[in-house]
Design a protein around this ligand. Structure first.
Ligand code: ADP
Length: 384
């Protein structure tokens, strides 16, 4: 069964065709600068599509070149915000598309772009089954004490202001693979998953379900990220507002100029680690702040799940930066966590254990693959 996985952004369209049974990628690509005039595309041959419909024509042509007339069975869309309604992947129809659109205010950069991708497919291939896979859905099991902010109830009831959580597709997929590696049923998996990419979040999983996660109303809350601040005192925003910063200034500073970039002047973990090893004090401070923040969350989530049975690292930094993993683990001595230096610096694309035999709980590295998870979820929904 061939599934086209679409990640539609406001000016870009990322796609992958997956063979679900084989777990393989048959072709993939990125169309960029949609609606930006003659900017050219990501693929060399591809030149500035006017809109998402035109971008889809380019995708269709590229797929045909690569795969001949092999038929796509379905399209799976990565949809960022599923609000309170969507707790699992759904088959898309007009009502579902409108429901995703109604969530635009909660994800103004992402959901409108996801809807453009869905509508472009609907128009081109009206009979094609389409499935929406939501970044928030896995976190619909958060208990109320974890998703409530302690603000007047009216903010929740009138504006939907609560914690939603993101990266759910990755956390769920990685949790399942971690349970498999530990040889326990996922329903018995209690653990902490740290998804550390440009965006980063950590999730507490109890009995296979998400019971807490560090991103909140938006992906800004929680960990120190590439360019996002994560947690801070909300009064800082009030202070800056009074000092004349506009909401756009504050938004841009917190989402694009903060995190590793704000602290070390560079948003790329590899560069920050290299700079720190070369004696750059700002880089060392950035690593200390980021690893300390994550260690605090892991300690808290150890409590949230009633004693984690595993700690799992995933995504670009989690999978590749043995230095950052070591910094985090060093702070977790009180939990009896101990990395094996040799295993930690080892390299493999397979899920693996990196802790010592005497570590209180195993520490794992489990590569994530959101496209694979989306393709599998899409196939499962289409098969009913
Ligand atoms: P995204 O959230 O954009 O998908 P990724 O999961 O690709 O991000 O993660 C990007 C981060 O992973 C960057 O900070 C990058 O420096 C880091 N990274 C990737 N490879 C390595 C590596 N070999 N060593 C250290 N960090 C790495």
């Amino acid at each position: 069964m061939l599934v086209l996985v679409i990640n539609s952004g406001s000016s870009s369209l990322k796609y992958q065709v997956r063979d679900v049974a084989q777990g393989t990628v048959l072709t993939e690509g990125l169309i960029e600068k949609i609606g930006m005039g003659n900017g050219g595309g990501g693929d060399g041959e591809i030149e500035g599509p006017r809109d998402h419909a035109e971008a889809l024509e380019l995708v269709d042509a590229a797929i045909h070149r690569e795969l001949g007339d092999q038929e796509l069975a379905a399209v799976g869309h990565r949809v960022v915000h599923g609000g309170e309604r969507f707790a699992e992947p759904v088959l898309i129809d007009n009502e579902i598309t409108r429901a995703i659109e109604r969530l635009n205010p909660l994800a103004p950069l992402h959901n409108p772009a996801n809807v453009l991708g869905i509508r472009a497919i609907t128009k081109k291939w009206p009979q094609m089954p389409q499935v929406a896979v939501f970044d928030t859905a896995f976190h619909r099991t958060l208990p109320e004490h974890a998703w409530r902010y302690a603000v007047p109830d009216e903010l929740y009831t009138n504006h939907g202001i609560r914690r939603y959580g993101f990266h759910g597709t990755s956390h769920e997929y990685v949790g399942r693979r971690a349970a498999a590696l530990l040889d326990i049923p996922v329903e018995e998996f209690d653990g902490v998953i740290a998804h550390l990419g440009n965006g980063a979040s950590v999730t507490a999983i109890k009995g296979g379900h998400s019971v807490d996660t560090s991103m909140g109303f938006t992906p800004l809350e929680g960990l120190v990220m590439g360019t996002r601040s994560g947690d801070l005192d909300p009064s800082i925003l009030v202070f800056l507002g009074r000092a004349g910063w506009t909401p756009e200034d504050i938004d841009s500073m917190l989402n694009r100029e903060s995190g590793l970039k704000g602290l070390a002047g560079n948003n790329d973990m590899r560069s920050v680690v290299e700079a720190s090893e070369g004696g750059n004090a700002r880089a060392s401070v950035a690593l200390a702040v980021a690893s300390y923040r994550l260690a605090k969350y892991i300690g808290g989530y150890h409590v949230a799940v009633g004693g984690a049975k595993a700690l799992v690292f995933t995504a670009g930094i989690g999978e590749n930066s043995h230095q950052f993993r070591a910094l985090v683990a060093e702070r977790l001595g009180a939990l009896g966590i101990e990395l094996d230096a040799g295993l930690n610096t080892g390299r493999s694309k397979e899920p693996r254990v990196i802790s010592t035999a005497s570590s209180a709980i195993p520490v794992l590295v489990v590569p994530t693959d959101e496209e694979r998870a989306i393709a599998e979820a899409t196939a499962a929904v289409v098969r009913g």
